[in-house]
Ligand binder design. Structure first.
Ligand SMILES: *Cc1c(COP(=O)(O)O)cnc(C)c1O
Length: 355
């Protein structure tokens, strides 16, 4: 068996959910488990996150799968439905839907439903992706309130720069002004807002990335927020090479040794979800000791520097990311974010459940 394996840590997921509770003790928690729970496995993650007050997913298929498994919490479709037929199934199974567009209001108005649906009405407060403009928000709300198809309504928006210097002040101001005096429950905060912007916590927080033990911020690590990585991607050294000065390694010979270099070949490549853009110097741990990659990542393999680790041989364990190597550090080296790396772990990588 190829030694590459992803280990999911339910204990870390539970711990990170507790961290959300500590940060937002007055709020209910809608655990965001879209994208196969950010690569951790939908069912697996939800089992560990059972104490959440609800789950947010992208598609109806995921929502139905969760209902079939017996989850009774709120389940929210983050983009709502794409076709009227989906409304019937959503209503049948008590799945809440985001409404962000007139077309979805039309669908609700013209579809016979077995029972009324819970709706999260989304405002575009500045992200400019989904949602009603602030000036159109109240009329959308009134139309929904008048419908027998609609049960309770939650007021919702999403922040564009909660993780950056810009923060949330402007969008929060727009949202609060446009919803002043309305009595419905509210949902605004993603992980970054959960961690840094208590003024946005409101009735439902919607954490994603922090549950998985990665940081939404470039300037603060997950560990500094007391979060634990929920995934370890590990493999082994499958070959060792000795490079003389002037010899290169791999496609493009992008790394050329300047001095005698002992090089380890690791069973993990971009077809497994490791970022091809990770340059020489990307951190990796071999048998508990930190070193770095050398040369270009190839489809099924990557190379690491073992010059300072003479005891590391074929079979030595390699952590690509996890408890020793934060996924955010690998992401930063590759010019991306931890979110992308976690979501991109390939289906061919076997998954095991750790403690
Ligand atoms: C993905 C998503 C979240 C979670 O964002 P994180 O940055 O992962 O916490 C929250 N709300 C909405 C609408 C989302 O699409």
């Amino acid at each position: 068996m190829r030694p590459l394996i992803a280990t999911i840590h339910p204990g870390a997921l539970r711990h990170n959910l507790d961290r959300v509770r500590q940060c937002a003790p007055q709020s209910r928690i809608l655990a965001v488990v879209k994208a196969n729970a950010y690569g951790h496995g939908l069912e697996r993650a939800c089992s560990a996150l059972a104490a959440a007050d609800g789950f947010a997913v992208l598609g109806l298929g995921e929502a139905l799968a969760l209902r079939m498994q017996g989850w009774t919490q709120t389940i929210l479709l983050l983009e709502g439905v794409f076709a009227a037929e989906e409304l019937v199934l959503a209503a049948e199974h008590g799945i809440a839907v985001v409404v962000h567009h007139d077309r979805q209001i039309e669908m609700l108005a013209h579809t016979a439903l077995p029972r009324p649906l819970a709706v999260f009405l989304k405002m575009n407060s500045g992200m400019n992706r989904l949602g009603f403009a602030p000036e159109n928000y109240r009329s959308a709300l009134s139309r929904l309130q008048a419908m027998e198809n609609v049960a309770d309504i939650t007021l919702m928006t999403h922040f564009a720069t909660a993780d950056e210097d810009g923060g949330i002040a402007e969008q929060l101001g727009v949202f609060n002004a446009a919803t002043a005096g309305l009595g419905q429950a509210r949902s605004l905060a993603n992980s970054a807002a959960v961690l840094r912007h208590a003024s946005s916590h409101a009735d439902w927080v919607r954490p994603g990335i922090m549950l998985y033990g990665a940081s939404p911020f470039a300037d603060t690590s997950a560990a500094e927020f007391g979060l634990q990585p929920a995934m370890t991607l590990q493999s082994e050294i499958i070959a060792v090479q000795q490079l003389a000065p002037g010899q290169g390694v791999g496609y493009g010979q992008q790394f050329v040794a300047e001095q005698p270099t002992r090089l380890g070949v690791v069973a993990c490549g971009y077809a497994d979800g490791y970022p091809r853009h990770a340059p020489t110097g990307t951190p990796v741990a071999i048998a508990g000791r930190m070193t770095h990659t050398l040369g270009r990542v190839s489809m099924d393999m990557l190379c690491v520097d073992l010059t300072a680790l003479p005891e590391a041989n074929v079979g030595a364990p390699v952590e690509l990311w996890g408890r020793q190597v934060p996924v955010d550090d690998v992401a930063r080296a590759a010019g991306t974010v931890g979110y992308e790396l976690l979501c991109a772990v390939a289906p061919r990588v076997p998954v095991e459940v750790g403690e």
